[in-house]
Write a protein that binds this ligand. Sequence first.
Ligand code: SF4
Ligand code: SF4
Length: 124
Amino acid sequence: MEPEVMEAEPKVTKSKLNLPEWALENNIYILSGIELVAYKIWNESHWMVKTNRCNMCGKCCMNLSEGQMAPILQGRCMYLLDQGDGRWICQLGPHRPVACSIVTFSGEHASRIIPECVERFEEQ
Ligand code: SF4
Ligand code: SF4
């Protein structure tokens, strides 16, 4: 069964931050809980803001190579739990590795392209 595509929230909140200059020497990530909302790559002037959310297809926790932070069995992270309705969740919940939250799987900054990934970020 294919998981449903979650619609992006139509409501947005504008926020303005005065960030210290030293922080801009690194990538900056904004999380809502464990979900990446926006990020800025250190040498770019724009932010990338989430416009479409994860639908829990689980593909980013499958077909993994050995040597990851989490234990892998037959290519799949052992913390990945099948919900039986097309969705997969991480058993670690809020304790999952930060890297699992900040990696993107589509678009220009994706470190691993996953064609099925529905998460989208747009330049602002
Ligand atoms: S720890 Fe959780 S989010 Fe990270 S790869 Fe494993 S199942 Fe996926
Ligand atoms: S591949 Fe994309 S849509 Fe699927 S679980 Fe990972 S982040 Fe979510």
